[in-house]
Design a protein around this ligand. Structure first.
Ligand code: C5P
Length: 219
């Protein structure tokens, strides 16, 4: 097909961390460079997709040729994702903070002799689960990522069923593997049809292989 396998297909990618404010100068966040999500968006563009890229504050700049929507918190990311729908496929590569501070302070918390601050947390929305379980207008293909340190495939397979997404890309983020912030990734693709263990390869290669699989699934 002229222009690529994903010509005319709209694909959403979330990427990077979310940051949940504690006060105007502090936040809690997950460790995420945004490298894998960015590589994936680039690979989808290369196949001709129209990519909506919803990103938290990442270390790497967004790729060119995508519609960039910048957000900070998980709640903002959910809103941006919902506003971007409908799409044919959605890939959730963002490292979303599971909790936010229930009532972030408008002014900087001070160190006092009276003791340490007590932060109360509230649960963030699960964006992947929300989109996976849409009754109307669900993307034809919903893909999640799962960063795991133990029993990687078992945990990721359970996560796929719990959240209701079609595929999960599981990666082993044990410190010894050097994946977080690194250029390579060691992934297992978990689908209804079965489990594929991919050899260790660069994040760009993972992105290209995954983009091709997405294209095949949408055609
Ligand atoms: O539950 P866990 O955070 O390990 O799940 C990872 C997957 O779920 C990723 O695809 C991530 O982008 C997505 N996720 C999400 N919203 C959350 C938490 C995770 O979209 N609040």
């Amino acid at each position: 097909l002229a222009g690529g396998l994903l010509q005319g297909k709209r694909v959403l990618v979330t990427s990077g961390p979310t940051q949940e404010p504690i006060d105007p100068v502090r936040y809690i966040a997950n460790r995420s460079s945004g490298a894998q999500g960015t590589a994936l968006a680039r690979a989808l563009v290369a196949l001709g997709a129209e990519v909506v890229f919803v990103t938290g504050p990442a270390d790497v700049p967004p790729p060119s040729g995508v519609e960039v929507i910048r957000v900070q918190t998980a709640q903002e990311m959910l809103k941006a994702v919902q506003a971007a729908l409908p799409v044919e496929a959605a890939v959730f590569a963002a490292a979303v903070a599971d909790w936010r501070v229930a009532s972030a302070s408008d002014s900087k918390l001070k160190k006092t002799k009276e003791g340490l601050p007590n932060l109360e947390f509230a649960e963030n929305p699960d964006i992947l689960a929300t989109v996976s379980q849409m009754k109307k207008g669900r993307p034809a293909l919903v893909v999640g990522f799962a960063a795991e340190t133990d029993d990687v495939v078992e945990n990721a397979a359970a996560k796929r069923l719990r959240k209701g997404c079609d595929w999960i890309v599981a990666n082993d983020v044990n410190h010894s593997t050097g994946i977080m912030g690194g250029a390579e990734n060691d992934v297992t693709l978990i689908m209804d049809e079965g489990v594929e263990d991919w050899p260790r390869m660069s994040k760009d290669q993972v992105a290209q292989k995954l983009a091709q699989r997405i294209a095949a699934a949408l055609t």
